[in-house]
Ligand binder design. Structure first.
Ligand SMILES: [Zn+2]
Length: 377
């Protein structure tokens, strides 16, 4: 094999640069790093963007790197065991990376575009996914309700909200809390965001026919007591999950819905019989992520918060207990609004109220709550 020394040296120096950018991203608390070709200028310019607190920001433009984005892309391909000669097809991989005493997993995705390869790195930080339930941001009332249902031996608990609202963190933190050697916990996820010891995690793999539904069916033959299904996307998965909860499993899953009441309606729209929902569903958690006002500048914008006025985020939550009056409403196929109204009368703190509490404590702004709650379709 002919070794191209010059190419190798270029990749080595590109990899050094990439490593320093990853370290900087981790220090800034970024979740994603993008290396993008600059389509207007020469390909030797690379735009680096970070996603911090849910928002994508331009961080720097790299010029004069020998080999440009090609060197960056191929050094990342080498580090993640991809085929470095393949430039026309998208590729996915993983890199293990250490920053200080933090062990990180980077999920790598490379996408060919007309002006070069675009590289996206997702930083998988275990500490971000596993928190104490008390630190998620639930109100005291919500947390008490939630804890009472996650310790029950059976039932269906749904975590709901749009993409990026922190559902995975809530699920992982919950499994971490209830995990014991006496209980068998199995998950089916797409993808497995973070690996746990003592929990059996399966990844959806459409190429091999592993779907949420088929994965769940296999798990039900495995003598598990607690099952986490990454997402209920179709009627079959919904039906099987509810039936499993009916016969004695504790099931956790997620749905893309705007609030607790609409979650029940969504299940009915999927063709699930109201009696099955009322018999099995015990608790619904609706959540969003809210940016917090920067401590240093108090919202004016400074170097620390990248001039956004915000630093760090917290969850806001709405926890609905499926009480007897709500079960009756489900059987009657009541509207979401009627279900929400009864829940509020029973003491449920809505997402809006949870948000307003943060505003009155001076932790975030009314505009931020409005932005977050108006986001959903
Ligand atoms: Zn600031």
């Amino acid at each position: 094999m002919r070794i191209d020394k010059r190419k190798e040296a270029r990749e080595e120096s590109a990899w050094e640069l990439v490593q320093s950018i990853i370290t900087q991203a981790v220090e800034l608390g970024a979740t994603d790093i993008h290396f993008e070709p600059d389509s207007e200028l020469s390909k030797k310019w690379i735009t680096v963007r970070f996603r911090i607190d849910g928002t994508l920001r331009d961080i720097k433009r790299i010029e004069g790197l020998p080999g440009g984005l090609d060197s960056v892309a191929s050094s990342i391909k080498i580090a993640s065991n991809m085929d470095s000669s393949q430039k026309r097809k998208g590729q996915d991989g993983r890199i293990h990376f250490r920053v200080g005493d933090k062990d990180l997993d980077l999920r790598v995705s490379i996408l060919p575009t007309v002006s070069g390869e675009k590289v996206a790195l997702r930083i998988i930080d275990k500490d971000r996914y596993i928190m104490k339930l008390e630190d998620l941001g639930m109100t005291e009332e919500g947390l008490d309700t939630y804890k009472s249902f996650i310790s029950k031996p059976q039932g269906l608990i749904l975590i709901t909200g749009p993409v990026g609202c922190g559902k995975t963190t809530t699920l992982y933190s919950t499994l971490n809390r209830i995990q014991t050697r006496e209980k068998s916990i199995c998950t089916i996820e797409d993808p497995v965001e973070s690996k746990f010891t003592g929990i059996n995690q399966t990844q959806v793999d459409s190429e091999f026919g592993v779907t949420f539904y088929s994965g769940l069916r296999s798990i039900l033959r495995q003598d598990a007591q607690i099952i986490m299904i990454g997402e209920i996307r179709d009627a079959e998965t919904a039906q099987t999950s509810l039936r499993a909860a009916l016969i004695g499993y504790l099931i956790f899953s997620t749905l893309h819905t705007k609030d607790s009441g609409h979650t029940i309606i969504r299940l009915m729209d999927m063709g699930i019989e109201p009696y099955l929902i009322s018999e099995t569903l015990t608790c619904i958690v609706a959540q969003r992520m809210v940016r917090l006002i920067c401590d240093l500048c108090k919202g004016k914008g400074c170097q620390y918060c990248n001039y956004s006025g915000f630093h760090k985020r917290t969850g806001i939550f709405e926890v609905m207990r499926i009480s007897n009056p709500i079960k009756e409403l489900i059987i009657k196929r009541a509207l979401a609004e009627a279900i929400n109204k009864v829940a509020v009368e029973e003491g449920m703190i809505t997402l809006k109220e949870a948000g307003n509490r943060l505003v009155s404590k001076g932790l975030t702004t009314a505009a931020e709550i409005y932005r977050v709650l108006a986001l959903e379709k």
